[in-house]
Write a protein that binds this ligand. Structure first.
Ligand SMILES: *Cc1c(COP(=O)(O)O)cnc(C)c1O
Length: 490
């Protein structure tokens, strides 16, 4: 690209503008025509080779880089914008969010702090998030990468509260007691990882069994807390899950809140995707108890449809939150006027100093769609899950593997050697480009897992997935008389 003298700006802004419009048009075409594309396709050699090039020392052109993007990157992404994408728990994103990202990148705001309106935009979203969950005005929150980071931050705040703010300096060696935490066997693995990164260790995380609905067994929780206390340990943290990653179960948050209060534990909710069910009037009652949480971790990039990444942590006691992270570095000194005014800053609420303007795409999403529409989209994904569950019940070849609580359906094709065959079916469907489920293990058996998160998904996409399962199942299934294996799951 021809740049002007000794800067990185273009010599010809009009040419850049034209190029930018092409790029925008390409992405609008991509989103508008996404249904016509395969959901996913394996990357061919040329795409992999395109990213094994020598380090460029000389200049290239933006048009060429754009071509490479269109030919070698765009067709070979995961495909979560596609209405037929049902793998893991991925949000679909929106064109509105994409445009907001462009504005944020153009402004290049560093939203770690300082006296600027981008920080105020984030505070606005924090205020709206408080309202989602009925939290007080003294609650604080920040955008982070994702719920993994939000869970980690919550563990750190709870740890600092329990051991005292001096523990920030003294570390765990100064602690006279061993802290123990609690979550269900259905919790996401990042809770254990948060315990590891916090220095408390995942051995100190008690994994509480689940009931038949895949919710935390709250009696077992009470018993585990009692035992640890009897053993001289210090129970300090319990994480309930609103929308478990495997099956979409919602723990009895009100019961966990009561147990946490009685035992003076920090009550955290991992609501990575499920917490935003608060925006759907038909689903919100299922999350009763979340309003009592000490902290909530969730993602705007899953059910909120905001482009990646946009995790969020909300903390009831804003002062405790700040005490856990704020640092008195001289170069971050606060003033009452000028650019260094407006404390506290987001950098006082987490480990990040430089941070992007994630709040803008969430603000745009809330302003453009409003909470009612976002809630309707969330409800729709749950209706589609019920629709899929009904179709599965109608078909003798298929079997539901877990109750459908929200938007996740786990099922399998009935056949001898079911684990292997269903794994093949999942890969067949992914490679066909017709749909993209993922797999998981339920009670030791492999299940086809369908998580409906994308606002674009419709009944026709569920129908397409089902017919793909039936087709590949028919092709792959093992006739009992031909099957030699043992340990049949079906
Ligand atoms: C997705 C998910 C996470 C992890 O969130 P990231 O945004 O991917 O870091 C944690 N818990 C649950 C229940 C999830 O669904």
């Amino acid at each position: 690209m021809h740049t002007h003298s000794d800067t990185l700006d273009p010599e010809d802004w009009d040419a850049l503008r034209t190029q930018g419009h092409h790029m925008l048009d390409d992405m609008v075409d991509y989103l508008a025509g996404i249904r016509e594309r395969p959901v996913w396709q394996p990357a061919p050699d040329h795409a992999n080779q395109a990213f094994r090039e020598p380090l460029p020392s000389g200049a290239g052109s933006i048009a060429q880089a754009h071509d490479t993007f269109m030919n070698e990157i765009l067709p070979y992404a995961v495909g979560n914008a596609h209405p037929g994408f049902f793998g893991w728990v991925h949000g679909g994103g929106t064109a509105v969010g994409m445009l907001a990202e462009m504005l944020a990148a153009g402004l290049n705001a560093n939203v770690g702090g300082r006296n600027q309106i981008p920080v105020q935009v984030e505070r606005q979203v924090v205020d709206w998030v408080r309202q989602f969950f009925g939290f007080p005005a003294t609650a604080s929150g920040i955008f982070v990468t994702g719920t993994s980071m939000a869970n980690f931050i919550s563990v750190l705040i709870a740890r600092t509260k329990t051991l005292g703010v001096e523990s920030r300096k003294a570390g765990l060696t100064g602690a006279r007691t061993r802290l123990t935490a609690y979550t269900s066997a259905g919790a996401h693995g990042c809770i254990a990882q948060a315990m590891e990164m916090s220095g408390l260790g995942s051995d100190a995380l008690r994994v509480i069994p689940m009931n038949a609905r895949f919710e935390m067994d709250t009696q077992a929780l009470q018993a585990a807390i009692r035992k640890d206390r009897d053993d001289g340990l210090t129970p300090f943290f319990v994480a309930g899950t609103a929308g478990s990653v495997n099956v979409g179960a919602v723990d009895d948050l009100a019961a966990i809140a009561a147990i946490a209060q009685e035992n003076r534990l920090w009550f955290h909710v991992d609501g990575a995707y499920g917490a935003l069910a608060m925006l759907a009037p038909d689903l919100a009652p299922r999350l009763k108890g979340i309003e009592q949480a000490d902290s909530i971790a969730f993602d705007f990039h899953k059910w909120g449809q905001v482009p990646y990444d946009a995790g969020f942590v909300l903390v009831r006691d804003g002062e405790q939150h700040q005490r856990s992270f704020a640092s008195p570095a001289t170069y971050l000194r606060r003033e009452t006027r000028g650019l260094a005014a407006g404390s506290p800053w987001p950098c006082d609420l987490g480990p990040d100093l430089s941070r992007g303007f994630r709040a803008l795409k969430a603000w745009f999403t809330l302003k453009v769609y409003g909470t009612e529409k976002l809630g309707q989209v969330i409800s729709k994904t749950c209706r589609l899950a019920s629709y899929l569950a009904d179709r599965i019940r109608e078909r003798p070849e298929l079997e539901l593997m877990a109750p459908v609580s929200l938007n996740i359906v786990c099922f399998r094709y009935r056949t001898p050697d079911a684990d292997r065959i269903n794994q093949e079916i999942v890969a067949d469907i992914q490679e066909s480009g017709l749909a993209a489920p993922s797999s998981t293990t339920i009670h030791g058996h492999l299940a086809i897992r369908v998580a409906i998160v994308n606002h674009r998904s419709q009944e026709q996409d569920i129908d397409a997935l089902l017919s793909a399962v039936m087709r590949f199942g028919e092709k792959r299934k093992v006739e009992p008389e031909r099957w030699q294996g043992v340990g049949d799951a079906g």
